[in-house]
Design a protein around this ligand. Sequence first.
Ligand code: ADP
Ligand code: ZN
Ligand code: ZN
Length: 812
Amino acid sequence: MGYAEVAVNSPAAQRRTFSYTVPPDLSVTIGQAVWVPFGNKLLQGIVLELPERPAVAETKEIAGIMEPRPLLSPAYVSLARWISDYYLSPLFEAVALMLPPGFERKALTFVSLSQVPDDFDPASLTPEQRQVFDRLQKEGRISQKHLEKILSKKKAQTVVSQLVKRGLAVRNYELEPIKTKPKFQAYLSLASRPPLPPEAITPLRKGAKKQAALLDYLAQQSQPVPWTEVRQKVGCARAVVDTLARKGLVTIQRLEVRRDPLSHQVIIPSQPLALVPAQESALNSIKSSLLMARAGAPPTVFLLHGVTGSGKTEVYLQALAEAVRLGKRGIVLVPEISLTPQTIERFAARFPNRVAVLHSQLSPGEQFDEWQRIRNGEFDVVVGARSAIFAPQPDLGLIIIDEEHEWTYKQHEKSPRYHTRDVAIKLAELTGAVIVLGSATPDVETFYHAQKGDYHLLQLPERVTPTQPAPLPQVEVVDLREELKAGNRSLFSGSLSHAITRAVAAGEQVILFLNRRGTATFVQCRRCGFVLRCRRCEVALTYHSASNALVCHQCNYHMPVPQLCPRCWSRQIKFLGLGTQKLEQETGQTFAPVKVLRWDSDATTGKHSHQEILNKFRAHQADILIGTQMVAKGLDLPQVTVVGVVNADTGLNLPDFRAGERTFQLLSQVAGRAGRGPLGGQAIIQTYSPEHYAIQAAAKHDYALFYDKEITFRRQLHYPPFTRLASLVYTHTNDGLCQREAERMKRVLHTEIQSQGIADLSTIGPAPAFMHRLRGRFRWQLVLRGSHLSSFLSQIPFPPGWTIDIDLVGLN
Ligand code: ADP
Ligand code: ZN
Ligand code: ZN
């Protein structure tokens, strides 16, 4: 007898599998979706293992198979287990990442007749059993629901069980109908080919002009045409079609439509470019690793570090072409699909009709279609946001993560709280795929691994400049303290306002960038730029209006708000904060009659509105574009000659040890937006802390300068990559209770750390979380620091209300 270990779709299953017996008439494989009894329910499960012996003595039988083809290949089964173990997520949640969209459905039970034994005597049945038996003989198969309607629910269940026990009937299970059905559309064509004889059309020309027009139109088409298109082209009503169909002149077919997310774009196929030497040498390294991986060598992780415009994308494209040549396929991850339409177009253009695009804004039907087609091996390349790493791409040979430093690669809002980069590296290890991580401003942790030799570093130090010299833009750092001294209290320094006025007068365009997160939460001296920081954690202190105090969000250090600046004794110590709407207003007034466009998450709600705002700006319907993080992403706007950062300090002073890194990345990207066209360009960064290394390095486009300072800081304060952090957050409607539970957990952890004698583990906090109150609940955070967090935490019982985020990124 065989056994199966199954990940069951139930919240009660948590991180473990359950053992089942495989009935002799079922053939079960690893990765297959099955129905299993669980409590008194029948639930979905995925077979993860077929062991010789079950983990428990008593096992129930697998009730049925959902789909003969396994949904997960063995590599993905291992990946799911790794995600569950490492990120401490329920096993089925990890498995679910890899299942087709719309998979999670209920079971419907059907009853059918089985082989009736020769010596069977129908007279031995009770009247109710007889009733069901007769119906089964007539219909072959009946749904349990239907039987429950005829008898009662209880009776139907009893009678069916009795028949099954006697070997007269069997139950089988089917999924309830899928919610994301394939989409069908009516297609029209002429009923006869070659075309209709004139005598069929001529009489219509006078009395029924629309009918004649429709027939004429269809006669010109070589294939059936969608009804929606006919309606548009011919302008006739559906009744006209129906009349012609009744006359037998027109055929109506219902055909499946492919909901192609690229269909609203016109894609012109492109050819590979002749590479510049730096690109050539990067590509050659990747090519030889692809070859070696095919021969079974462990695949390499590459870090492709190249400034914006250095031709990284062209390297990705040619590396993918090589993988395809070797009979492999690729996955390309981008931080946020809706922000990178140009990148996607480039992939679609190089691999015409061989690119699938996956992202969460697709309708469920579109996602379902794409998933099935990917699994069937219809695409060379899958492009998508973070969850596309789980696309069922067969023969995976190359994984590309563009802008690998982006924080959107970490799923923090729901479990499993995975980091796409780490998942991809694990997947590559399991499948033998090569990975290319690309960035102009690599994550400090990634770069550290590249320096250590864990990853292979490839560099593209210069911009590719096909038409004319377009160096990286000039960056000017403006000291806002000096502006204040000179009596300028407006949002715009002399330099910035001069540059804007000049650009607008010359018919050029301007981008103003504002890092809106965390506004008005930190306190800064406007005279000397001093920011109050925690002495222990080095993160900026955050203002709490309730207690009128400054608080460290990591360790809970408190202090009153000072009246004077502790450094220069000035009274100009202020809460800094500014929103995009206010900036929009002031910009409009200061530079009237200029046209201003605002781009932030409030302004973009619809499906294509990112694109619409961009198109408007590109069509020069506005002179100035104001935006938050989004404007920093990979846009190519050749008419932009001035980029202004209104206040660089907002990002720098978030209570997060990565604030410096984040600011450097954003400023580098924002500065890279200027000077993309023949007009050249300049960037202006306004700040109260011009001496900060993140700002200095971004202004000089100097990654090495930034990295050296940042890695020293990380080493000194013992932050990643020299250790790992886990954020443990407890939420409750009662703040006091929340704090007490967090403190209790800290004691639990300490006791455990001591009894196991793990020197390397320590806790920070607890403290109110950065978002102390969220949707009516209070939140307290405890940070655990050390190198092996998951194995330690997996032994600790966490009551409901706790959330664990391993390797957290950003603020909790
Ligand atoms: P990145 O991805 O590093 O920002 P891109 O690949 O987008 O850089 O390249 C920037 C520009 O240079 C693009 O317009 C691209 O078409 C062009 N380009 C890239 N490589 C070459 C090359 N070898 N020869 C000519 N033009 C190139
Ligand atoms: Zn001061
Ligand atoms: Zn602190």
